[in-house]
Design a protein around this ligand. Structure first.
Ligand code: ATP
Length: 299
């Protein structure tokens, strides 16, 4: 388990990370979210031990993160750090050796991953000759060459097309199934929503929301029901807890005061005729993010 406990970071007088705490278990994918300058990269660098904390504690399986565990860590940095004059093979050997991998193991893993990402033909090409997207694949392959137990991905999807995002995602999910702890940052809520179970949202270094995505969505107020069919509107509006019914082109949006009302609406609708739709709409993570970040700025 990765444990971040009450971690803060000052750059001079400026507090970039303020009392941050979270835990990520084996096999979990965790989202660290925030607008530009929120403190994500600073947090990653502190986890990696590349930057000293001002206060707090970070441990991996109960131990401080130091050189004794770096062989088990993978890090995809936001600023990217490829050795562009080397070939793909040379760069893999260089980084794999830094993770104490044998040459045979490095080349076996490299062949497997290049094949998976459909770029086997680039193995002996210099990195600078590759397109940006392919360079990013190489960077990702390098970060996961050692099948890290802790994988940190700073904006892994930036600049990738939807097809390649899918490839990255499936590889990340596979690693999590094998037990890796994965933390990633992204501005794109739909990516986070798809495969993170837990998250933290930072604004100016402060945590404005944290926890399980399912619980967060449930506790967020918005819960509307979309229904379609022959419905007695006056009776629907009289159900206790139904705040408003909005008529749309061929369906109704029912605004309710809490999720406890869903079953009352359902009981009523199930007795109406020609019902072809009953959908309880949940807020998207994007809506929650925008609302929480907005609230934080208003304070
Ligand atoms: P982005 O999404 O833009 O990459 P981020 O969430 O990763 O942002 P950080 O790079 O961690 O944010 O920066 C957090 C804050 O700390 C910002 O206000 C930034 O200007 C400041 N900061 C970062 N590095 C330094 C530094 N070396 N010296 C002083 N201030 C810094």
């Amino acid at each position: 388990m990765l444990k971040v406990e009450h971690v803060s970071k000052y750059y001079g007088d400026f507090k970039a990370v303020d009392d941050l705490s979270f835990e990520v278990d084996k096999g979990e994918i965790f989202g660290l979210l925030g607008v530009n300058g929120a403190g994500k990269t600073t947090t990653f660098r502190m986890i990696m031990g590349l930057l000293d904390k001002s206060s707090g504690k970070i441990t991996l399986n109960g131990k401080d993160i130091d050189y004794s565990v770096t062989d088990d860590i993978g890090f995809l940095t936001e600023e990217r750090s490829l050795l562009t004059k080397l070939t793909v093979r040379e760069q893999a050997i260089y980084f794999g050796a830094l993770k104490s991998m044998s040459n045979d193991k490095i080349l076996e893993r490299l062949d497997y991953l290049l094949d998976k990402f459909g770029i086997s033909e680039y193995k002996d090409k210099k990195i600078k000759e590759l397109s940006k997207g392919n360079q990013q694949k190489i960077q990702f392959i390098t970060a996961i060459l050692n099948e890290p137990k802790l994988l940190i991905l700073d904006e892994p999807f930036a600049g990738l097309d939807p097809f390649n995002i899918e490839l990255f995602k499936s590889e990340i999910i596979e690693l999590s199934k094998k037990g890796s702890i994965i933390i990633f940052s992204s501005h794109r809520m739909e990516h986070v929503e798809l495969f993170c179970k837990k998250l933290v949202i930072l604004v100016n270094g402060k945590t404005v929301l944290s926890g399980n995505i399912k619980d967060i969505k449930e506790s967020f107020m918005k819960k509307n029901i979309i229904v379609k069919g022959d419905i007695d509107l006056e009776k629907l509006k009289k159900i206790k807890g139904v705040e408003k019914v909005i008529e749309k082109s061929d369906e109704y949006e029912v605004i309710i005061s809490s999720k406890e009302i869903i079953k009352d609406v359902f009981n009523f609708i199930s007795k109406c005729s020609n019902i072809t739709k009953f959908i309880v709409e949940e807020p998207s993570l994007n809506e929650i993010f925008i609302s929480k970040v907005g609230e934080a700025y208003e304070k």
